[in-house]
Design a protein around this ligand. Structure first.
Ligand code: WTA
Length: 666
């Protein structure tokens, strides 16, 4: 399960700064002050199902009301609101018709080149309905899986919403994944259709998407795919297969703008999203409809204290869970106006985010620590892209997600972007949790830089040792959630056994959710701080990657590679960087030749998984350091990757000289 003994996770960071919310912020907040937070927590403790039942009724529009809140009879396959029926798209769009939200701007879309388009809720409903009818016209039905491989555009959200509208289960794959990764996901999900785009625009460059889909399908095993829908993002032509491929324009031609939403059971899979785990094969995380939607909507209200006049901007791509919950579903279910941005934060210059906040009067800004760190560096190097150059007075609340935010970056964000007025909600959660788990509340929680503070009401988070015993504040251990929650992962698609093994270990009784992160609570406030993954998962720029996936990809280059071990090392900009130790089938290369082979391997990994998985460092050795039982000594490799002196006992190594080889940088 873990290769780091939990009691070895030390708390090395002491943070004494505390920033209480302003009185004005407390006064107007939905959860106003710590007493209100405590009262909600107490309600959940006192009557767990009563609490969730109340929230489920208040925040979701049900076609058929549920009579049972939680079914634990088949734990850990928990069911929420199981006999209730609803439609997710109706909860995001139809629900607002006839209200003040109908003609409100739902999406402010800013394209890579700066072109801005605004779409109201009414207009979005029409576009989603037309495209949903186009899906139906191709025979796609409730329960079918549809793979989405789209740029960050309004059309990406329309594709997701259209699937939800007819009860089809979508599986979005991030635009940076390779043909091979697409092929595996199409096969695992048994997808019947693909929704893609001819190209995507990023930083002024036109990058192919459709061509990669074609390549992925051509790799074989994708006979299930009957239709490929192609959004024409640019005018450049792409290859079209006559019997299979349809442009968006062709697909919606003549389609009615009315498409009645299909009622589905609350447990119906709204989507599958593949993510990395400890083994080589990505996991298809399966989410529900009812419980997921409840938490997407409610955390918009609680964490972001959403008000009708807010302009919300989550910068995450729809290819990740953050782009599902806080772009495609949460903001729409909550009736917010949101910004969707196609491009990258550094184009045409590294002031783009700040300029866009000013341009669209953004009031809630939610981004990732890696973006903040790279923009700090840019602003320090060039005053023209400093946030000071933009008017950021519209901002009310800032957010952070994806990895631990280091206190220095936190302070910079707080001062230079929030002008010491805006609380930062450091939201801890995961693909598997569906929505926020631990986060400060803007009108209640005193902030401590680098801490995600406390669990949301109803989330029974704790820190335990390997057998599930609670640890006292100050002691590092494993983060768990002791009771189920509505938006939790339901299973791993096609692999319920792996679901149980990965998240509900028998050693802890088989019903407690193991997050896979180490954490520690502060001695004074009991605030949580995440210390990093305790499994073989890396976090590079907020993107999850399994060391095993990268190792498998390297070893798959079987003409060249005999063995490979991948570890992470700390990196100032990306949080962690990928370091690969490789044994070749031929003799160990040195000098120019080593550099050349390293490049070949990097490109190979990009082809196998995607450019995001390219190792930053590659080192060659005649062998890898192993224990007597043949287990790779990863802890030793981590030290080497960091450039640390080796203090561990290496007497069991067959050939200690390989340590010097592996320490050699190319
Ligand atoms: C990490 C992203 C510290 C953590 C929503 C988790 C964080 C993994 C935070 C999930 C945070 C996410 N503070 N660490 N605020 N948010 N993480 O599935 O290691 O892409 O397990 O979901 O990111 O990454 P995932």
């Amino acid at each position: 399960m873990s290769n780091t003994a939990s009691n070895n996770i030390e708390s090395v960071l002491v943070e004494n700064r505390v920033f209480p919310p302003s009185e004005a912020m407390v006064r107007q907040a939905r959860i106003s002050g710590m007493a209100a937070y405590d009262a909600l927590c107490a309600e959940a403790e006192r009557d767990f199902t009563g609490f969730w039942g109340r929230l489920g009724r208040e925040n979701v529009q049900w076609d058929k009301p549920f009579t049972q809140v939680l079914d634990e009879s088949n734990a850990p396959f928990y069911q929420w609101f199981a006999d209730g029926e609803l439609n997710a798209s109706a909860n995001c769009l139809d629900k607002h018709m006839g209200t003040a939200v109908e003609n409100k701007t739902a999406v402010i879309f800013e394209a890579d080149d700066g072109t801005v388009t605004k779409t109201t809720y009414r207009e979005l409903l029409v576009r989603v309905s037309q495209f949903a009818n186009a899906l139906k016209a191709e025979g796609i039905q409730k329960g079918d899986r549809v793979l989405i491989y789209m740029p960050m555009t309004l059309e990406g959200v329309i594709a997701m919403q259209a699937c939800a509208r007819i009860g089809a289960t979508h599986s979005v794959v991030f635009g940076g994944f390779s043909a091979k990764a697409l092929n595996e996901r199409i096969i695992d999900a048994g997808a019947v259709a693909v929704i893609t785009s001819n190209f995507q625009m990023r930083g002024g460059k036109e990058l192919p998407l459709k061509a990669i889909i074609d390549e992925g399908i051509a790799m074989g095993g994708c006979e299930s795919i009957k239709t490929v829908f192609v959004y024409e993002r640019t005018k450049t032509a792409c290859n079209m297969v006559a019997s299979r491929d349809k442009t968006f324009a062709e697909a919606i031609q003549g389609q009615s703008s009315d498409c009645p939403p299909v009622s589905v059971g609350a447990e119906h899979p709204l989507f599958i999203l593949y993510t990395s785990g400890s083994t080589g094969k990505p996991k298809g995380v399966q989410h529900s409809t009812g419980g997921y939607l409840l938490w997407a909507k409610l955390t918009m209200d609680w964490t972001f204290d959403l008000k009708p006049e807010d302009v919300f901007w989550c910068t995450a791509d729809i290819g990740w869970i953050t782009g599902h919950t806080y772009v495609a579903y949460g903001p729409l279910a909550a009736g917010a106006t949101q910004i969707i941005f196609e491009g990258i934060p550094t184009y045409p210059n590294a002031g783009r985010f700040w300029q866009m906040i000013e341009r669209h009067k953004c009031s809630i800004f939610y981004t990732a620590p890696t973006a903040i760190r790279s923009l700090i560096k840019a602003a320090e190097g060039d005053a023209a892209v400093h946030p000071d150059r933009s008017n950021l007075d519209s901002l009310r609340i800032l957010g952070s997600v994806g990895e631990p935010i280091n206190p220095e970056a936190w302070m910079w964000y707080y001062k230079n972007v929030g002008h010491e007025r805006c609380p930062i909600v450091d939201t801890f959660w995961q693909t598997e949790t569906g929505g926020h788990m631990m986060t400060p509340l803007p009108g209640a929680t005193p902030l401590v830089p680098g801490s995600c503070t406390l669990p949301l009401p109803g989330i029974m988070a704790a820190i335990v040792d390997e057998t599930g015993n609670d640890l006292p504040n100050g002691a590092g251990g494993m983060l768990v959630v002791k009771r189920p929650w509505p938006s939790m992962i339901r299973t791993i698609w096609n692999d319920p056994e792996r679901f149980k093994k990965s998240y509900f270990p028998e050693e802890m009784g088989g019903t407690i959710y193991l997050a896979g992160d180490g954490a520690v609570r502060s001695a004074d406030r009991g605030y949580f701080r995440i210390t990093g993954r305790i499994d073989d998962v890396l976090n590079v720029s907020g993107h999850r990657m399994g060391t095993m996936e990268i190792e498998s990809a390297l070893v798959a280059k079987s003409d060249l590679v005999a063995e490979a071990a991948v570890v992470g090392r700390p990196d100032d900009l990306t949080g962690e960087a990928i370091c690969a130790f490789v044994v070749l089938k031929r003799s160990r290369p040195t000098g120019e030749e080593a550099k050349q082979i390293a490049n070949e391997l990097r490109n190979w990994v990009a082809k196998e998984i995607g450019p995001i998985a390219k190792p930053k460092d590659i080192r060659f050795g005649d062998n890898l350091p192993k224990t007597r039982s043949g287990k790779i000594m990863r802890r030793l490799l981590r030290s080497i990757a960091k450039g640390e002196a080796i203090t561990q006992d290496t007497s069991t190594l067959e050939n200690p000289a390989i340590l010097d080889q592996l320490a050699e940088k190319l």
